[in-house]
Design a binder for this molecule. Structure first.
Ligand code: CTP
Length: 467
């Protein structure tokens, strides 16, 4: 159980924070709600007190002997401010502390997340953007607002992300504190301290592909695969929880949008290729979880293909571009050299020698090899894998949640991003990456991993790929 401070700013989206509070409580966390004084105009103190089971105060003059303006922040595992108004962001960025919430933000040494909600004009104003940049530089996670209906008839960027997605982000941050094994750097460090000592991917841009591409035969049919996008969405959440600026290229995914993530929707492999190329140049890390169709029909019928009583013609196929190999080739030709590229290999018959050959063929830095099909490896929220490194390393990741698996892989990515920037870091991280203890999920030298290690756990019944 974690200690969470739920800060509530004075915005209409405060009512959504009630649902967020309920989710946090149901997960077993202790939650202290700290609204700003004006936030109580939207949702009253009795609601927060009843839902949290804890006292509610807005100023620093209640229960003074317990020194709440210092103790609350000091004791918290996570401070989550939802909604964060433009005014609240401004006060947090300048260090003003006129009430209990802003005082708590100054004393918190745990991860601090702001979920802004306001009208588009206020969000886009240079003053707000400057404050957001300041908070991010100091290590806070400021999630991008969602796009959609705002208060009144207008629409645009400025909505509070859905409570379930904010809850998932909070869980990802809390669980990243307890990741074991492969993370040479702490997954998330202090967020509110103003020390610049932020989450491991703070200021980094992470580009992720997810889902399964579809290749149209006619207006009603396509060649596709069973991928649901869950693993890619878990990467998006975990990268956001580590402070990254995340772009997700999603092919035919029907999951809710992860909080604070830019989403580009595509259908076919060629759409995905174009979107990934357009976004890749400025990415610090790329994670290709998508199941990309290797082939597409040579021709797409403009109208629905009908039975005509004859034996149907075979479908002629053309090969699609290999997006991952293309991204690696482009990095090699034009850079950025420091970019870390991660591929996935969902295999029905995992063979680490073949996987190593695939890693070399694709030119990526890490290849996450996971078993699929025939009732293995997929389903629900879990996955398992062996992560092969271009440096010869192999990291078994036993069965765990897809968010946790993503966290382990992202910690490997973070270590490699550091490797490139400084030769001393490179030596240090290389040492840390080659640890040989048998602790759950640790990275090992190539000799420590045998074929099939990390596979064979319980599986999804229908055998559908789920990444
Ligand atoms: N991939 C890609 N473009 C393709 C096919 C695959 O970018 N046209 C990426 C996937 O997103 C994944 C990795 O390459 O990250 C490996 O995918 P996989 O299907 O295992 O590789 P293939 O090259 O298709 O090899 P195989 O013949 O084993 O299917």
């Amino acid at each position: 159980m974690a200690r969470v401070i739920l800060g509530v700013g004075a915005g209409i989206a405060a009512y959504k924070a009630c649902e967020l509070l309920r989710l946090l409580k149901e997960a077993g966390h202790g939650v202290r709600v700290v609204p700003t004084p004006d936030a109580l105009r939207f949702v009253g103190e009795p609601t927060w007190a009843a839902l949290s089971g804890e006292p509610v105060a807005t100023d620093v003059w209640s229960d003074v002997s317990a020194v709440p303006h210092v103790r609350l922040g000091q004791a918290a595992d996570l401070v989550l401010v939802a909604p964060a108004t433009a005014d609240l962001l401004a006060r947090a960025a300048t260090g003003m502390a006129p009430d209990l919430l802003t005082a708590t933000l100054l004393t918190a040494r745990c991860p601090v997340v702001y979920a802004p909600a306001m009208h588009t004009e206020m969000w886009e104003h240079p003053a707000t953007q400057h404050n957001v940049a300041t908070l991010r530089e100091r290590g806070a996670i400021v999630v991008e607002p969602a796009v959609g209906r705002l208060t009144g008839p207008d629409t645009g960027k400025g909505r509070l992300p859905e409570p379930a997605e904010l809850f998932a982000l909070a869980e990802s941050i809390l669980s990243s504190r307890t990741d074991r094994g492969v993370s040479p750097a702490p997954a998330v460090t202090r967020g509110g301290a103003g020390t610049g000592d932020g989450p491991v991917l703070a200021g980094r841009r992470v580009l992720i592909s997810a889902g399964g591409t579809r290749e149209e035969l006619d207006p009603v049919r396509f060649l596709g695969n069973w991928s649901t996008g869950r693993q890619g969405y878990a990467f998006a959440r975990s990268a956001t929880a580590r402070g990254a600026d995340v772009t997700l290229v999603a092919a035919n995914v029907e999951l809710p949008d992860p909080a604070g993530v830019k989403i580009i929707r595509v259908v076919s492999a060629r759409d995905m290729h174009a979107a990934m190329l357009a976004e890749a140049a400025t990415a610090d890390a790329i994670v290709m979880t998508a199941a990309v169709a290797d082939f597409r029909p040579v021709a797409r019928s403009e109208s629905k293909i009908k039975k005509d009583g004859l034996v149907p013609e075979p479908i002629a196929l053309a090969e699609n571009p290999d997006i991952l190999a293309g991204l690696s080739a482009r990095r090699a030709a034009d850079g950025p050299a420091s970019q870390v590229i991660v591929g996935f290999a969902a295999e029905t018959d995992p063979d680490l020698d073949a996987a190593r050959a695939k890693l070399a063929r694709k030119g990526c830095d890490l290849l996450v090899v996971n078993p699929v099909g025939n009732g293995r490896g997929f389903g629900g929220g879990d996955n398992e894998a062996v992560v092969l490194g271009a440096d010869g390393s192999a990291t078994p990741i036993p069965r765990r949640s897809k968010d946790a698996l993503a966290g382990v892989v992202l910690n490997l990515v973070a270590a490699r991003l550091k490797l490139v920037s400084c030769p001393i870091d490179r030596l240090l991280a290389a040492k840390l990456c080659q640890v040989t203890s048998l602790t759950d999920g640790e990275e090992r030298g190539p000799s420590a991993v045998h074929l099939g290690v990390g596979y064979g756990g319980p599986s999804r019944q229908d055998g559908r790929p789920d990444q």
